[in-house]
Design a protein around this ligand. Structure first.
Ligand code: NDP
Ligand code: 2IT
Length: 452
């Protein structure tokens, strides 16, 4: 009787155990599929030590009630999550997502991705993620504070500067981190670097706000350079209009490219003259308003409200480079076909898992240069780790110092994933390269630690 392939065996078990978590299964499938050549080479060792079973099972997943009082005096109840996935190479590290779509499967997929991403940064951070189904949209500052304080009242039992260090993600920015930090400090009676993305007056790092978007452009630039191209004069389509998208647009423009799109959950902008990033910041960071405001303020821009599934939004626009920076599975096979028909050269993910598996495979088959989020958006968490270093030594580095370290890290990640892909006979497959390179370091540590 033929023995069952180890990867197939573990994938079947993950699917059976987590059947109601499609995003988690998608993320595990992508990683395990690309690890096949590594697993084949080390099958006996990995099987004996149950490496794949252990790396796909979180160390622990914490779920809790978050009661808070709204402005009408009504008690509201949300669900809070923290999934501590793997701390083999450092304290758990990963953001907190506040969005009504949040559920355990989404937090698990994000925590799983974070293991490999954090390993790729070369810095000592493990993988974790958390959040809540709380919707920050339309809430007053007082309501946001009430939620954040209640959320941290429970979460503070499980985190710490050397244990687990949360940060921002969708719906969690400087305001939310500030309220959470204040509550942690109050309850635990200590001032420590327990969160990153903090304000500059209380231990935050310069360049953390810009880091994910800037880092995305640093790695994209290196990718293009290594394929004989520059960023100068390139047309870029960006999705999203949040933290990652805004600073991706800003850096792309500094590099001489023209970004012609952005989007939010209500619609998208096409601005053939190039996105006015100052205006975008005013609308999104200051006024917290919808994107139609952008088109009202700028003649060259056209706003299209999101209508149906066959509206391909920003992916219907002709571009050289596409940067999905909003959310998971926002770029599907039909979108990928449109991009290829429009001769896209590169797709680099700013968001986590924004491209579906089918769309990724299609783009790769068509020769589009494709870098997955765990490599291309690693600049955010890398700079969070630099924030942790600064907090530990009780010093603050200059913007230039942090930014230049970020750039070195992103260029390093590109060459690391490129080399890993080549080593396993998959030159140009940066998805496989990222998964393999991220995995090898974590497995090495897991084996050294024995059964745990
Ligand atoms: P923000 O909350 O700042 O912005 C998110 C943007 O995406 C908004 O424009 C939002 O529109 C849009 N969006 C979110 N959810 C949906 C949805 N379900 N459908 C359509 N549009 C949506 O988050 P970030 O910019 O921080 O995060 C964007 C992505 O990047 C996420 O995948 C995140 O996990 C990832 N990421 C973030 C990092 C960071 O440092 N912040 C680091 C690495 C990855 P609207 O405002 O209308 O909701
Ligand atoms: O997805 C991510 O890497 C983040 N949201 C940033 C995590 C962090 O700890 O800075």
């Amino acid at each position: 009787m033929a023995t069952v392939d180890y990867v197939d065996e573990v994938l079947a078990s993950v699917k059976a155990k987590n059947g109601n978590e499609p995003e988690f299964i998608q993320a595990v499938t992508e990683v395990l599929e690309s690890l096949r050549p590594v697993v084949k080479k080390n099958e006996k060792l990995y099987r004996k030590n149950a490496i794949l079973e252990r790396i796909t099972e979180p160390d622990r997943q914490i779920m809790f009630r978050v009661p808070w009082v709204d402005d009408k005096g009504q008690v509201q109840v949300n669900r809070g999550y923290r999934v501590q996935f793997n701390n083999s190479i450092g304290p758990y590290k990963g953001g907190l997502r506040l969005h009504p779509s949040v559920n355990l499967g989404i937090i698990k997929f994000l925590g799983f991705e974070q293991i490999f991403k954090n390993s790729l940064t070369t810095l000592p951070i493990g993988g974790g993620k958390g959040g809540s189904d709380f919707d920050p949209k339309g809430k007053s500052d007082r309501e946001i504070m009430a939620f954040c304080q209640s959320f941290m009242t429970e979460l503070c039992k499980y985190i710490g500067a050397d244990v687990d260090v949360p940060a921002g993600d969708i719906g969690t920015g400087a305001r939310e981190i500030g309220f959470m930090f204040g509550q942690y400090k109050r309850i635990r009676g200590m001032f420590e670097g327990v969160l990153t993305g903090k304000g500059l007056s209380y231990g935050g790092s310069l360049a953390r706000t810009e880091a994910t978007g800037y880092g995305l452009l640093y790695i994209t630039e290196e990718l293009m350079k290594c394929h004989g191209e520059s960023m100068e004069g390139k047309t870029i389509a960006v999705s999203g209009a949040g933290n990652v998208a805004i600073y991706a647009i800003e850096k792309a423009q500094q590099m001489g490219a023209k970004v012609v799109t952005c989007s939010d959950s209500t619609g998208w902008i096409y601005d053939p003259e190039g996105i006015d990033v100052k205006l975008l910041k005013k609308i999104k960071e200051v006024k917290r308003a919808r994107l139609d405001e952008y088109a009202k303020a700028r003649k060259s821009a056209k706003y299209t409200a999101k209508k149906s599934a066959d509206d391909h939004g920003v992916w219907s626009v002709k571009c050289d480079i596409a940067l999905p920076c909003a959310t998971q599975n926002e770029l599907n096979l039909e979108d990928a076909k449109m991009l290829v028909a429009n001769k896209v050269k590169a797709v680099c993910e700013g968001a986590n898992m924004p491209t579906t598996l089918e769309a990724t495979q299609f783009l790769q088959k068509k020769g589009v240069l494709f870098i997955c989020g765990k490599a291309s958006n690693a600049g955010g968490v890398a700079t969070s780790a630099l924030e942790m270093s600064q907090n530990s030594e009780r010093l603050s580095w200059s913007f230039e110092e942090v930014d230049s370290k970020l750039k070195d890290i992103m260029v390093g990640i590109y060459h690391n994933i490129d080399d890993a892909a080549k080593k396993y006979g998959m030159e140009g497959n940066y998805v496989a390269g990222a998964n393999i390179a991220g995995f090898m370091k974590v497995v090495d540590a897991m084996l050294a630690h024995g059964v745990c």
